[in-house]
Design a protein around this ligand. Structure first.
Ligand SMILES: Nc1ncnc2c1ncn2[C@@H]1O[C@H](COP(=O)(O)OP(=O)(O)O)[C@@H](O)[C@H]1O
Ligand SMILES: [Mg+2]
Length: 326
């Protein structure tokens, strides 16, 4: 259990983290979402005691990181995947950490197998791709078999197969009862991975919700209806309090009413339906709506650059991976 309370961090004039409060509970994967520069890494560094809060506090199981008696067993972290010395082999990198942490050497082969690096264990990490560095970083995080995992943008540089692998790994670790907190600037990546998302922008909390709830909220209960009597249906639904608009294909998009009620009203008035579909909205578009609505996010003088940055979050994988390649 991670508890963040009124956590703030300033660097000179920059407010990197602004009075954040949230809890990260065990047994689920919690995504930490926000555009580049939102304050995700800064928050994670404060969690690990690598940076001092300007105000507020963050604790892991009731203690600050520095007071944890066996930190490697309690918190495993991946902040900078390139933190390994390029001239060392993957195995040598892990051996050094195992020794520093007083962990059993048998753990080295276990974690190498877990992250799929057994075959390159004796290769120098200098020749590794970014994806392999990420896997090694995850191996390091897992060395102490920690109850809490903090991973900062672990999907960067992974190919679609790597992303799927990581998704399963994280879900498995959470299912074992661990606390899994994983950041990303890509909404699409989190949609299938995270049970919960904490969304921040400009250091501030925008949302702290179940992924399903966020998608539901974003959809606003929209229903797509196709009928050969659109005008009659539209009038009936509007009379019952729904908001109805037509889309370009001649379908009706109904808000403020669920699909069962739409069907019942049509039935009661003998209006034929050819299609009745609760519209599913992606986490990505829910996020866009959320940030559109967020006064705190918008009211701080977002200029063209920031708007572009927000768009980048939703649409452009930083890795150059084609959208939807997973
Ligand atoms: N050591 C630092 N010194 C000065 N500014 C920093 C430092 N670290 C982060 N920042 C600033 O704090 C803000 C948040 O950065 P960061 O936590 O890295 O965001 P994210 O990880 O969400 O991309 C950015 O404006 C960044 O430039
Ligand atoms: Mg970051």
């Amino acid at each position: 259990m991670i508890e963040v309370r009124e956590l703030s961090k300033r660097y000179g004039d920059t407010v990197a983290v602004d009075a954040l409060s949230f809890d990260i509970t065990p047994g689920v994967v919690t995504g930490f979402l926000g555009p580049n520069g939102a304050g995700k890494s800064t928050t994670m560094r404060m969690l690990l005691g690598l940076d001092h809060p300007s105000a507020g506090s963050v604790t892991v199981d009731g203690r600050s990181y520095r007071d944890l008696p066996a930190p490697m067993h309690e918190v495993g972290a991946l902040l900078d995947p390139k933190a390994a010395h390029p001239a060392r082999t993957a195995r040598a990198h892990l051996r050094w950490l195992v020794r520093a942490g007083g962990l059993p050497r048998s753990r080295i082969d276990e974690v190498l197998a877990l992250v799929g690096l057994s075959e390159v264990a004796d290769k120098r990490v200098g020749g590794f791709s970014l994806g392999m560095y990420q896997r090694l970083g995850i191996a390091v995080a897992l060395l102490g078999d920690p109850a809490t995992l903090l991973l900062d943008e672990p999907a960067n540089g992974l190919d679609p197969e790597g992303i799927r692998w990581m998704r399963n790994l994280l879900r498995g670790l959470a299912a074992e009862g661990r606390t899994v907190f994983v950041s990303s600037h890509l909404m699409t990546e989190m949609q299938q991975t995270a049970d919960r998302v904490v969304v921040i922008g400009r250091g501030r909390l925008i949302a702290d919700v179940d992924t399903a709830e966020l998608v539901r909220r974003g959809s606003g209960g929209q229903v797509k209806v196709v009928s050969p009597q659109p005008a009659a249906l539209s009038a009936l639904l509007t009379d019952e309090g729904a908001t109805v608009r037509g889309d370009s294909d001649g379908a009706l998009l109904v808000s403020g009413m669920d699909s069962a009620r739409v069907g019942d009203i049509a039935m009661a008035h003998g209006v034929r339906l050819h299609e009745l579909t609760p519209r599913r909205v992606s986490l990505e578009s829910a996020f866009m709506e959320l940030t559109d609505d967020s006064a705190s996010y918008r009211s701080r003088g977002l200029g063209a650059v920031d708007t572009e940055e927000t768009a980048t979050v939703a649409h452009t994988p930083a890795t150059g991976r084609p959208e939807g390649s997973d």
